[in-house]
Design a protein around this ligand. Structure first.
Ligand code: ADP
Ligand code: ASP
Ligand code: MG
Length: 396
């Protein structure tokens, strides 16, 4: 008998009909003789709505209470799904992350999974029950406080449970058919990939491809859990994310991240000063470049205020730069290693399209450019045409 972990994202459990459709798929999998654990996200945009509601109630930071609030979203879907599965004559039980033994660090809002003690999940499976686990949440082993794993964190819950149970499959059901060469909502002609390596998927996720949470890809690699990203709306094969993929190194896709900001110093202070100030403030700045205006770095937009404060404190006579209307577009793939001129190719293509490049950065698997926000989607489509045109030699 196989052990199968299925994770369903927010759209897939977005309303009563969809919850019943998920229940049918789960029941079919169970009735075929498999042990089934289902990890669920909050319904639709519930998490965003809770965040918005909290802002209406209070302008202040309340990390503990935010986690109490946000974990309620997954509780709602786990209970409703358990009801729908039981109505199909299949015994099902829902468990919160804490009940399922997801033990985390003590950091509200972005806790790390440190250990999985999913005894209760195993006990229910042994009794033939389908187990529904609330994604995105856990409990601190140190002080028993409830934590959340960061946005998109249900993917990480699924990988953790699959690893603990040594599951035969970890299926990530979502609202697209798999991992594409670009976000199919921005690039309609993007192609579905049959497979992608953990390294390349990690790079896509880090660069903004939200189809999988970055942490879940890292955990999948660390614990050796291959992931099958697929549609919850039909039975077609999706994309396998695994250790090694066949074929020569190629380009995998174009990723984009609309929520970036450019910060820096002009009129004094070198790259080291900028990096040190940001590091000391705990702001991740992966892209640091020197241009005519001074030294600039790309940071996540929600860290822009912290970055500016850190730079202002370290600026001396220099002036702090801040531009919030920027996004990042990245070309990703192991094939970049064989193209030493790739950064120039990417910047050149954007330049020919009349799109100003504010900053460029490279890693062995990625070339990223910061561009003005209003041109970001166009930049994604342009680079997809340039590197992934139908019939071209590029891509898989
Ligand atoms: P879920 O709620 O199922 O976790 P997400 O919204 O987190 O779903 O992830 C799915 C979304 O990821 C898709 O709707 C798509 O717009 C977006 N996405 C971004 N980049 C890609 C990509 N390269 N391939 C597929 N989907 C992508
Ligand atoms: N509900 C959470 C979020 O919206 C976690 C998840 O969907 O994976 O980020
Ligand atoms: Mg997601």
């Amino acid at each position: 008998m196989a052990v199968i972990v299925q994770k369903y994202g927010g759209t897939s459990v977005g309303d009563a009909d969809r919850i019943r459709a998920v229940a049918r798929r789960v029941a079919v999998t169970r009735l075929a003789g498999n042990d089934v654990v289902v990890v669920v996200s909050a319904m639709g945009h519930t998490t965003d709505q809770f965040v918005e509601l909290s802002r209406q109630v209070s302008p202040n930071d309340h990390p503990r209470e935010m986690d109490m609030l946000l974990t309620a979203g997954e509780r709602i879907s786990m209970a409703l799904l358990a009801m729908a599965i039981r109505d199909l004559g299949v015994e099902a039980v829902s468990l919160t992350g804490s009940q399922a033994g997801i033990l985390t660090s003590m950091v509200h809002g972005r806790a790390e999974i440190e250990e999985v003690r999913a005894f209760r999940v195993k006990e229910h499976l042994d009794k033939g029950h389908v187990v529904i686990v609330a994604g995105f949440q856990g409990v601190s082993a140190v002080n028993k406080e409830i934590t959340t794993l960061g946005r998109g964190g249900s993917d990480a819950t699924a990988v953790a449970i699959a690893s603990y149970l040594q599951a035969d499959a970890c299926e990530i059901y979502t609202d697209v058919d798999g991992v594409f060469t670009a976000d199919p909502r921005v690039v309609p002609e993007a192609r579905k990939l049959d497979e992608v390596s953990f390294d390349e998927m990690g790079e896509m996720a880090a660069a903004g491809a939200g189809v999988l949470m970055l942490r879940s890809v890292e955990l999948g690699r660390r614990w050796g859990v291959p992931l099958h990203v697929r549609s919850s709306f039909h039975d077609g094969e999706g994309t396998w994310v695994r250790e090694a993929v066949g074929g020569p190194p190629a380009l995998v896709g174009i990723a984009h991240d609309p929520d970036q900001a450019l910060v820096g110093l002009t009129g004094g202070g070198g790259p080291a000063a900028v990096v040190e100030a940001l590091e000391a403030a705990g702001v991740a700045a992966e892209t640091v470049g020197t241009g005519p205006e001074g030294v600039a770095a790309a940071v996540a937009r929600d860290q822009a205020a912290a970055a500016v404060a850190a730079l202002a404190a370290a600026a001396g006579p220099a002036t702090v730069l801040l531009e919030e209307e920027v996004g990042k577009v990245s070309v990703v793939g192991a094939g970049l290693r064989d193209r030493p001129g790739a950064a120039a190719e990417v910047a050149g293509a954007l330049g020919r399209g009349g799109i100003e490049v504010r900053l460029t950065a490279t890693t062995p698997l990625r070339v990223s450019c910061l561009v003005p926000s209003p041109r970001l989607d166009e930049a994604v489509r342009l680079l997809h045409r340039e590197f992934f045109s139908y019939g071209s030699e590029e891509g898989r």
